[in-house]
Write a protein that binds this ligand. Structure first.
Ligand SMILES: [Fe+2]
Length: 159
């Protein structure tokens, strides 16, 4: 099953959409790796699971920083939702390491969760974060400045 990013998932913030696309990509990798029950594929599943957990944590920290900078008022509840998601993925990873075949269930679960989260929780901070990002762009010629700020933020959270 190949999961394709759709325009309806867009939160209207390019850098965040890009990260959500990457998460979807990891889930697709996981889906492919989980199809064949060979030793190599098991190793591949393990690798993708690690990347998925790492990337998710970085993505959430990045998103939380943007929300904080934008003065998003319900940051704490959003953080809690992120936290429980990370725990959920980590629990799947643990079950996999204990020999359970979890890929299909994990992908279904994550797909539902992610779509719901993007379209409800993330959509909620959209306007404030967009405004905050625009403020960083003081004049049209300041595009480079804004990009510099964003890319330093990306560097801070992603290795
Ligand atoms: Fe989020």
């Amino acid at each position: 099953m190949y999961w394709k990013w759709e325009p309806s998932y867009s939160v209207g913030i390019e850098v965040i959409d890009h990260q959500h696309k990457q998460l979807i990509e990891y889930m697709n990798e996981l889906s492919i790796a989980g199809m064949y029950k060979s030793f190599e594929n098991r190793q591949k599943v393990q690798d993708v699971l690690e990347k998925l957990v790492d990337y998710t944590v970085s993505h959430f920290s990045f998103e939380e920083q943007l929300m904080e900078d934008a003065g998003y008022p319900i940051l704490e509840p959003h953080k809690k939702v992120h936290e429980s998601f990370v725990k959920r993925v980590a629990f799947f990873k643990e079950r996999f390491e204990n020999g359970e075949d979890i890929t299909k269930q994990l992908i279904m679960d994550l797909q539902l969760w992610l779509i719901n989260h993007i379209q409800k929780d993330d959509a909620d901070y959209k306007e404030l974060v967009q405004k905050a990002l625009l403020k960083k762009k003081i004049s049209p010629t300041d595009e480079a400045k804004k990009d510099k700020w964003l890319s330093s933020l990306v560097k801070k959270f992603f290795k």
